[in-house]
Design a protein around this ligand. Structure first.
Ligand SMILES: *Cc1c(COP(=O)(O)O)cnc(C)c1O
Length: 401
């Protein structure tokens, strides 16, 4: 059966608007479409493909587990899930792991756990959740309402309640908002979808201190910032702040759907048998792939490589900007970078993305004013230079158009 981009409009719910080309194959940081055209991938499946496409370690894990055991449900546990949970707890502050299938579900679990913890420890009055404007936490109705963009949560009827929003990096505003009725604070330790915004060191430390003061749980949503993306296994490790609950997904499976919520034993104890669950959560196939991804990512070679590659990207961005003067700044950390457009190009991030696709480069946007880059953590220097040469041609095209 011949399918094309046109088929999308005939059979798919129109909630997405994908590019005109249809990719069919990938290897490392290169992708080929139906016509055999080759693309450089700086999008990484939205910060997912940490090891590029078809990394041998992941293909091996998938095929090996695929020949053994695919699925059980949580009526039984399984070896890959137990090994992955052991490695995640060994590598982080956490002592307990809950597996889900996506970032939204991991956050949903975190929020439900926080509500339950507060209810059981302090009583019904302690139920308020504070999150941040422009924050993104997924698309279930609870998580999208906690997210800080009403454009995503409006239009679906009555919303989950007791959720407030504060400006990111506004510690005084946050201090005015938090009180003893606050049960949890959900925050990205580097805002992704909202425009690649780094936290001020004093702000994030202040948030931690105020959560302690008011007995509120601090939830770090590391769905985008986690698994090596910033050059540390998790972004909190570079901030000198430890959360009570951390969620991770996207890159965790290196392209296979999986998410996880990590926390301490004392907090985890409030999700007793039957209180929460997922049929697929902790699926052996997903966990086997994630274990292999974690084994590769959580090494000094890969993590240090992220910082080196960031430097090369920043140098090449600066060269482009010297010629074309389109960016205000390059934001972000590690290989989650945002080129923020200057006042002459406000609202035009998508034009740069479309021009890049025409030049055979895959990239992303983060809002209307930021072109976002989230390539493989092991992308080669050749691909970085070739991709940036293509990006320069895209920039030249937008500037001259
Ligand atoms: C992508 C993202 C999510 C949602 O993850 P899904 O797997 O799409 O549900 C949640 N939080 C952050 C910070 C994200 O970037």
């Amino acid at each position: 059966m011949k399918v094309t981009r046109a088929t999308f409009d005939e059979v798919m719910v129109p909630n997405y608007n994908p590019a005109n080309m249809v990719p069919v194959r990938g290897e490392g940081s290169r992708v080929w479409d139906q016509n055999g055209e080759e693309y450089i991938d700086f999008a990484g499946g939205i910060a997912v493909n940490v090891l590029g496409h078809c990394h041998p370690a992941l293909v091996n894990a998938l095929t090996e587990q695929g020949n053994k055991l695919w699925h059980l449900s949580n009526v039984f546990t399984n070896e890959p899930a137990l090994r992955l949970a052991k490695k995640l707890t060994d590598a982080t502050f956490a002592e307990r792991v809950y597996f889900a299938n996506s970032g939204a579900e991991s956050n949903e679990a975190a929020l439900k756990l926080a509500r339950r913890f507060a209810l059981e420890q302090f009583g019904e009055h302690k139920n308020e959740i504070i999150a941040f404007n422009q924050g993104f936490h997924g698309r279930t109705f609870f998580t999208v309402t906690v997210g800080g963009q009403t454009a995503y949560s409006d239009g679906f009827g009555p919303k989950p309640g007791a959720i407030k929003h504060c400006d990111y990096n506004d510690l005084a505003g946050f201090e005015a908002m938090i009180n003893d009725n606050t049960c949890a604070v959900m925050i990205e330790p580097l805002q992704g979808e909202g425009g690649i915004i780094s936290p001020d060191p004093d702000f994030i430390k202040g948030v931690r201190a105020l959560c302690d003061k008011h007995n509120a749980l601090l939830i770090f949503d590391e769905v985008q910032s986690g698994v090596g993306r910033t050059g540390q296994l998790y972004a909190y490790m570079g901030l000198d702040v430890v959360p009570d609950i951390l969620t991770t997904a996207k890159a965790l499976g290196g392209g296979f759907p999986i998410g996880a919520m990590l926390t301490t034993a004392a907090i985890a104890a409030h999700l007793k048998p039957g209180t929460h669950g997922s049929t697929y959560g902790g699926n052996p196939l997903a966990c086997a792939v994630a274990e292999a991804a974690l084994d590769v990512v959580n090494t000094p070679q890969v993590l240090n490589g992220v910082t080196e590659k960031e430097a090369l990207f920043r140098q090449l961005f600066a060269q482009i900007n010297e010629k074309y003067a389109v960016f205000d700044e390059i934001r972000g950390k590690g290989l989650l970078l945002g080129a923020a457009l200057n006042k002459n190009y406000q609202g035009r991030a998508r034009d740069f993305l479309v021009a890049a696709t025409d030049e055979k480069l895959m990239c992303l946007v983060a809002g209307a004013n930021v072109v976002r880059f989230a390539p493989s953590l092991i992308i080669g220097e050749t691909e970085i230079r070739e991709g940036m040469a293509r990006f320069e041609r895209a920039v030249a095209h937008v500037v001259s158009a």
